[in-house]
Design a protein around this ligand. Structure first.
Ligand code: HEM
Length: 498
């Protein structure tokens, strides 16, 4: 026991010295405002289970560029469109890296994935390859028939529930649809829960997402990481092994069946083809393929499903908005047809509903953390190399200086303006922007628009058991993907004339 006390006293001593040096250094260079912190902890005690909301509250008091310290990690929080633009556009090249990330170290082969890849030639080449080969408009359109068939089955099963007057777990059903569509694109087949391991496919992906966002004390206090006091490293290593066994088996299956003619190559076929041909032009073996496959499943599955879940929650709470969207669908599509992807371009109000949903419920409210690769001055403030930088899009989306009446769900606010959601307008950044902006945006938007349109066109929706709209729990649950705190339950009534 004595050695633990000696070690802790040593660490405390080092932190006090570090703190003093930081204070001396800070006096020389202008630092952004900062809340009062504690020795060692920094500002960790001010952050609870919904960090986007806590940081929003703090920035309302301390300003849109704020300095906080998580243990030993200096962090800068930007909460205004102008600040976001400085990080994601003006100085994009400086802030395009990601901090070390333990989950992705164990699950994605030493951060060889895109999402948490450190900025450098490997990350650039891999991102370019995935953008061209997996997420291009051409590749996405190859899966159009698959989406039509899966969404058709989904509507059919909801219609059955409607006929039986069943209450539907909208969150669960939409998550299942999204998982099926992602698996068909990535692996060429659906996976039942039991196919993955004894924990189930969805549970393993959910745990990976959870570990990706959990407050990992080891990242802020290296010594706690060594001791693995939260047991996270153990869980990450276990998940890494489960994914590895699963992906190895899938890759082997694909290699064995290589000769079979397929109409559309799934992502595993495409990646293995590139590996065999050597056309990647950089080190590219099974480890890299597996890391990117995890990215595609984890980044693709829950993001779109969560946007749909939030949109349906808001539409059910706002029947007049739902009616207006149904009117648009009746005009463009007609009550004797289901929605097709070709209709999406003509559905202007649907676009506004999607924008408004993502303004008020951004799926990644703090984007993913960025890291500075060199010292930089932002709005007169000094941000040193290797600092963590967070853009709080939740705060931007709810800032009354940016959005009049920000708490109100009102798609019509986008009527007379050209606010873009694809990273060109820093008031609305659901996909981030710049070098690290989401490469799956086009795919995500097609799925989100199509599924919302279909759900609203094919069904009327009501809350169960006479529940009032004002009773619906709209609390967030922060994570890699910030979803509803409770599942959305509702009763559908089929409304098409076919
Ligand atoms: C509506 C659905 C989606 C939303 C709202 C969304 C949002 C985001 C956001 C906010 C980021 C972080 C940007 C930053 O840190 O600055 C991101 C990154 C990323 N997204 Fe998406 N995403 C969606 C769908 C998808 C899909 C379908 C895929 C692929 C199948 C995907 C793949 C990725 C990847 C690989 C990154 C990391 C990019 C990098 O670090 O270079 N996303 N996404």
């Amino acid at each position: 026991m004595a050695w633990i006390w000696t070690a802790l006293t040593g660490i405390l001593f080092l932190y006090v010295i570090q703190e003093l040096l930081t204070q001396i250094f800070k006096k020389k260079k202008k630092q952004p405002p900062s809340p009062n912190g504690l020795p060692i902890l920094g500002h960790l005690h001010l952050i609870g289970k919904n960090p986007h909301q806590d940081l929003n509250r703090l920035s309302q008091k301390h300003g849109p560029i704020m300095y906080i310290r998580f243990g030993s990690v200096p962090t800068y929080v930007l909460s205004s469109p102008a600040g976001a633009e400085l990080i994601l556009k003006t100085h994009d090249a400086v802030f395009a890296s990601r901090p070390p990330h333990e989950a992705s170290k164990y699950i994605c082969h030493e951060q060889r994935n895109i999402t948490f890849g450190r900025y450098g030639p490997y990350w650039r080449d891999m991102r370019k390859l995935c953008t061209l080969e997996l997420l291009s408009g051409h590749k996405i359109s190859q899966f159009q028939a698959m989406r039509k068939s899966e969404i058709g089955l989904f509507v059919l099963s909801l219609k059955e529930s409607a006929e039986k007057h069943e209450t539907v777990d909208v969150s669960k059903r939409v998550a299942g649809l999204s998982a099926d569509m992602v698996c068909l694109m990535v692996f060429g087949r659906k996976y039942e829960d039991k196919d993955f391991d004894e924990n189930g496919f969805k549970a393993v992906v959910t745990e990976t997402l959870e570990l990706g966002a959990v407050l990992n004390l080891g990242e802020y206090f290296p010594v706690l990481g060594l001791l693995d006091v939260q047991g996270l490293t153990r869980r990450m290593k276990r998940l890494g092994k489960i994914f590895d066994v699963f992906l190895e088996k899938i890759i082997d299956d694909h290699v064995e069946k290589k000769q079979e003619k397929k109409q559309t190559l799934d992502f595993v076929d495409t990646m293995m083809g590139i590996m065999a041909s050597g056309k990647a032009g950089f080190e590219f073996d099974r480890r890299h393929v597996k890391a990117v496959l995890v990215d595609m499943i984890v980044a693709g599955m829950d993001t779109s499903a969560t946007v749909i879940e939030w949109a349906m929650s808001e539409l059910i709470r706002h029947p007049q908005v739902m009616k207006k969207l149904q009117k648009e669908l009746e005009t463009v599509v007609g009550l004797d047809h289901m929605v097709e992807e070709s209709h999406l371009e003509s559905l202007g109000y649907l676009e506004m509903v999607v924008k408004e949903t993502m303004r008020i419920h951004p799926v990644a409210p703090l984007l993913l953390p960025h890291e500075s690769m060199e010292d930089c001055v932002i709005d007169g403030y000094h941000i040193p190399k290797n600092s963590r930088v967070i853009v709080n899009t939740y705060a931007i989306g709810r800032d009354p200086k940016v959005w009049p009446n920000p708490e109100k769900f009102s798609p019509d606010r986008f009527l007379d303006n050209n606010v873009d959601m694809k990273g060109r307008d820093f008031r609305l950044l659901p996909f981030g922007s710049g070098r690290r902006g989401c490469p799956g945006m086009q795919l995500g938007l097609i799925v989100v628009r199509l599924v919302i349109a279909q759900l609203v066109h094919c069904f009327d929706w009501e809350l169960p058991d006479g529940m009032l709209a004002s009773d619906l729990d709209m609390e967030d649950h922060f994570g890699s993907v910030t979803c509803r705190n409770t599942h959305l339950l509702a009763n559908p009534t089929y409304r098409l004339q076919k």
